[in-house]
Write a protein that binds this ligand. Structure first.
Ligand SMILES: Nc1ncnc2c1ncn2[C@@H]1O[C@H](COP(=O)(O)OP(=O)(O)OP(=O)(O)O)[C@@H](O)[C@H]1O
Length: 616
């Protein structure tokens, strides 16, 4: 055993480092006798940081990253000072400065260290996004842009219409990022943008463009398709424009052509997508490696439109590309040239700043919710969570200020009993639906969302409690896996049967009386599957908030544990609250709410800096 790895062993023994991290650190130490112990520690800690969602490790944050793993910074042994870490990086041939990206396994700059793979993913994302924005700008004709946008937007009002600004950006820029909270009109804007773009191309005699719609999960793709289909008929456009509008979104994996049993996609830089424009919804959920692969497969000359909510939880895997792009854009002022163009097209001046860069012109934030009016508790509560105003939130809730958001402290003592008592009837009704489509629609009316998976406040325990009663109601054996009305959540991608992690289905009998699983199909209908063909599934009466990302329900109960848990943070609670269209019940104590809102999850990444760096 290499004694330089003693610190790694001690950190593993204290539950800080995982065996995988230690293995990586020791591999590095074993390469040569003089590899400093600090380098092994940095490799192990950078690997741990990736598991926590970071794409790099700032050297000054070493204690924080290790401390987060064990929940107690004081339990850490003495760690090397930042200067010693820097020195170890600078003197070892197993680490290279970020400017010399060919060398692996570790890359560093003055502040950070990366595992080579994540450094390259960041580099690829930065390179393609910067390339998109550095393409020579085509000559723009303000009159033609006004004609293209006019059918959809009320141009010329006193205030800048940010939806029109977003669509204008999409018409002239190869990269457009539209961020905004729930109901701020992201999907509507993109539909109007696509219609305007198709109309514009048609007017200039060009062929209908090839447009692809995608989202990170099957559920989010289905919701995007459904939203677009609902709105398309009401569009006042020529029939051939309507026909050219896409209405079916796929998962990003499917778009890129996932290969069974392989990490590689069919489409990549050598065999790019056959497309003119790709729209990606729910982009906050897209992790860094997947974004790098998408951008790799984007052909030269194609456009990219990204939609998402920057305040939501970031992807489960490492990275937060949307946050980095928004950070690179700055605080919402565009360049003077863009402001002049917006004025020429819409007659309204928007804020501009001489220092605003290319990303500032590409990112448009939508602020106004069309779903919640100013009096809506949901809108106000979401805004308070986002702003970290825990005291104001608890005051409003305990004074019962809102008609659509309630605090239920009592139920937080023992959620399974309280929530099963309150909601089991609506889940039991699923078993009596004759039409699986109706059952699936009914199932979106309510959901229990919880911060945790395990323990008394976790989704497992809550689902078990629902299942006990529901099996009994259905006359099934106490341990029956399948029974009519069972609501299912797919937990593993199964490309063979086109089911994806996060898909929701229901178990009901078919016309022959055989129990089948029914899932929504891509065209807005349902499809049935033999139970034996299903991938790994669990019940979906209660879901973790992480799994609920990309879904929407009429009403949700949000369960937070009374004890502190690392996952609790304002992004988690904001994501949960914004899953509801009409009603939220917070099953939590005010103390837990305050603690949750006070904590903001950080993701360390070098991407924002690399997006705005003066050279690649
Ligand atoms: N400019 C507008 N004027 C009036 N209503 C609008 C406008 N833009 C969007 N809406 C309406 O607001 C609602 C929410 O819009 P939309 O679904 O586009 O928002 P979103 O940001 O995509 O929401 P989500 O967060 O659910 O994805 C829809 O009913 C839509 O018809």
């Amino acid at each position: 055993m290499n004694p330089r790895g003693d610190l790694l062993d001690r950190l593993q023994a204290r539950g800080v480092l995982r065996p995988l991290d230690v293995e990586l650190g020791r591999c590095l130490l074993d390469l040569e006798a003089d590899v400093p112990m600090e380098l092994g520690l940095l490799a192990a800690a950078a690997s741990l940081a990736v598991s926590q969602g970071h794409s790099c490790l700032p050297l000054s944050q070493l204690p924080a990253v290790l401390g987060e793993a064990c929940g107690d910074d004081d339990a850490l042994p003495e760690l090397p000072a930042v200067e010693h870490l820097q020195q170890a990086l600078q003197t070892s041939r197993w680490a290279a400065p970020a400017s010399d990206a060919a060398v692996e396994p570790l890359l560093y700059d003055e502040e950070r260290v990366w595992l080579g793979r994540y450094f390259h993913h960041e580099g690829r994302v930065a390179q393609v996004l910067r390339r998109l924005l550095s393409a020579p700008a085509p000559a723009v004709d303000a009159d033609a842009l006004r004609v293209a946008l006019d059918p959809f937007f009320a141009l010329g009002g006193a205030e800048p219409d940010r939806q029109a600004l977003a669509a204008l950006t999409g018409l002239i820029s190869p990269l457009t990022v539209i961020t905004g909270g729930p109901g701020t009109g992201k999907t509507t804007t993109v539909l109007w943008l696509l219609a305007a773009w198709i109309g514009q191309r048609r007017a200039s005699g060009q062929a209908a463009p090839r447009i692809h719609l995608a989202a990170p999960t099957g559920k989010a793709a289905a919701r995007l398709s459904e939203s677009l289909r609902e709105r398309i008929d009401a569009l006042k456009v020529d029939e051939d424009v309507r026909q050219a509008l896409p209405t079916t979104a796929s998962t990003l994996h499917r778009l890129l052509g996932v290969r069974r049993g392989s990490m590689h996609f069919r489409h990549h830089a050598g065999y790019p997508l056959d497309t003119d424009l790709v729209v990606v919804d729910e982009v906050s959920m897209v992790d860094l490696p997947l974004m790098a692969r998408l951008l790799d497969a984007l052909p030269e000359g194609a456009r990219l439109v990204l939609l998402g909510d920057r305040d939501q939880l970031a992807s489960v895997e490492a990275g937060n590309v949307l946050a980095a792009v928004c950070a690179a854009a700055g605080e919402g002022a565009v360049s003077p040239a863009r402001a002049a163009l917006v004025h020429a097209v819409t007659g309204v001046w928007v804020n501009s700043h001489a220092d605003a860069g290319r990303f500032a012109d590409a990112v448009v934030e939508l602020h106004r919710s069309h779903r919640f009016d100013g009096d809506s508790g949901l809108g106000q509560v979401a805004a308070m969570i986002r702003a970290g105003e825990g005291d104001a939130l608890c005051r409003g809730l305990t004074e019962a200020t809102y008609v659509d958001v309630h605090l239920d402290e009592g139920a937080a003592q023992h959620p399974p009993t309280a929530l099963v008592g309150r909601h089991v009837e609506r889940f039991a009704a699923l078993a009596h639906c004759d039409d699986p489509r109706e059952a699936l629609a009914m199932s979106t009316r309510h959901r229990v969302l919880t911060a945790l998976r395990d323990g008394a406040w976790g989704s497992h325990t809550l689902n078990e409690a629902f299942e006990r009663t529901l099996r009994q109601r259905a006359g099934a054996e106490p341990d029956a896996l399948w029974y009519p009305g069972r609501l299912l959540l797919v937990t593993r991608n199964a490309y063979g049967v086109s089911l994806f992690n996060g898909d929701i289905g229901v178990v009901l009998s078919d016309a022959e009386g055989v129990l089948r699983a029914w899932f929504p199909d891509a065209e807005g209908g349902v499809r049935k599957l033999a139970l034996a063909a299903l991938p790994e599934c669990e019940s979906a009466y209660a879901m973790t908030i992480h799994k609920s990302q990309g879904s929407e329900f009429e009403a949700v109960d949000i369960v937070l544990p009374p004890h502190d848990a690392r996952v609790l943070g304002r992004e988690l609670l904001y994501t949960a609250v914004t899953r509801a269209r009409r009603q939220v019940t917070l099953v939590a104590t005010p103390d837990t709410l305050r603690r949750t809102v006070a904590r903001s999850t950080r993701r360390f990444s070098g991407l924002a800096a690399r997006l705005t760096a003066s050279s690649d």
